[in-house]
Design a protein around this ligand. Sequence first.
Ligand code: HEM
Length: 462
Amino acid sequence: MVQLRDASTKSPESRPIPELSGGTPLIGHLLEFQRDPVAMLSRGRSQLGDLFQFRLGPRQFVLFGGPEAHDAFFSAPEDQLNAKSVYQFTVPIFGRGVAYDVAPEIMDEQLGFLYPALREAAMQQFARIMYEETSLFADSLEDEGAFDLPAAMNELTVKIASRSLIGQEVRDQVDSWFADAYHDLQKGINTLGFFLPRLPTPGHRSRDRARKQVAELFGGIMTERRRAGARPDDFMQSLMDASYADGRSLSDDEITGILLTVLFAGQHTSAVLATWTGLELARASSYVARVRDETQAVFGETGSMNLDGLKQHVTMQHAVRECERLHPPLIILIRKVLQPMRYGDYVIPAGTLAMVSPAMSHRLPHLFAEPDRFDPDRFSAPALEDKQHPYALIGFGGGKHRCMGKHFAEMQVQAIWTVLFDRFELSFETDFPAPNYGSWVTGPETPCQLHYKRRSQGRVFR
Ligand code: HEM
């Protein structure tokens, strides 16, 4: 394995980092990247290997491609490869004094408060919520028809996330105004916001107004909980009960900010992974037949969903993992190089942006056989393709910033499609949609309609 070392004066000589061909003097590779970033990065990886550089407008990037390079990227200390400088665009949404607005140690402490709310007992409760919300959605459909898949998954995951991750009181507001306010906040994540997050555009003004409304809602709920002495088992309560190492309790504004951080990190990404999973399964009828058999075997007796059953439902788990591989919602992850970093014979200079691309690396043919094919069995013995290297599959990141909601997200997507494929025949009549690279989280091009027909027999969940 290539070792990561500091680029100190004692380091051996370094070679120039290979440069991707085809850039133009003014904008570098910007147009090719906007058209199809994954094809561009794959071209670079196959021509130049683990490490290569390119320019997007004024910014110089270095791609770390393949599991060994991922290891170096994810293991680098924060003062060398820094996430905070890259995620500044989130500060107007999450708020001051939390997440990427504070020192990494404080962000770690803030996110650490949430781990108790993700323990096994809480996951049992989440499995029930996921099942109930999906059942409500299924019950709201006619016997036959079509629905807008990304919109449906967005709505469903907002309900699941607000109820499980924040609190029932917020879920109760989703059908009225909360979904709109959340949508205005989501629109704050755009290209302009990335470069000039505080520019007073109409979009940014709506974002700031929505942030204020959400803060008022969350603040009101916390006041009411304190007044009534209610202590539900959720993220909001974990934060209300927590205190920093120096003994200080969190302010309502900090709690709101941390809850928004988690909601943003977890909801849209989950909606997009759920969308891709539905699409892949809708064209894999023989695999769906196996999923349904397993649904019957695991849940048939009780007809209700629980965590233990989801853990036994391996065909669906592998389908979700295969969609994480083929369609990772975050196709690139970026850090700013604060101190020169050595990788093999190369030294990456400070000021560069370092990048890994789950979408590119997940299709490396030496790791994943026939990488463009949907084949969940690649994760079963004897293939176990994802086990070849700890950083072969990186759809949920790795190292100190790895996703804290991975199990929650996987379980959610699994629960949604276990219920929906049990209740409906699902298909689409168009070609399989291409990825829409215009958005920060990469879902399919829209419109993207899924046709459904209620199954008259074989239903497990009632
Ligand atoms: C399919 C759904 C999801 C995907 C694909 C996903 C993916 C990721 C990735 C790739 C990272 C690393 C980012 C980086 O290195 O720059 C990350 C971090 C994070 N995720 Fe997720 N995530 C998902 C769902 C969730 C959920 C449900 C939650 C909350 C329960 C969550 C909370 C977080 C948090 C708080 C971080 C930041 C951790 C840190 O920087 O220390 N994610 N996620």
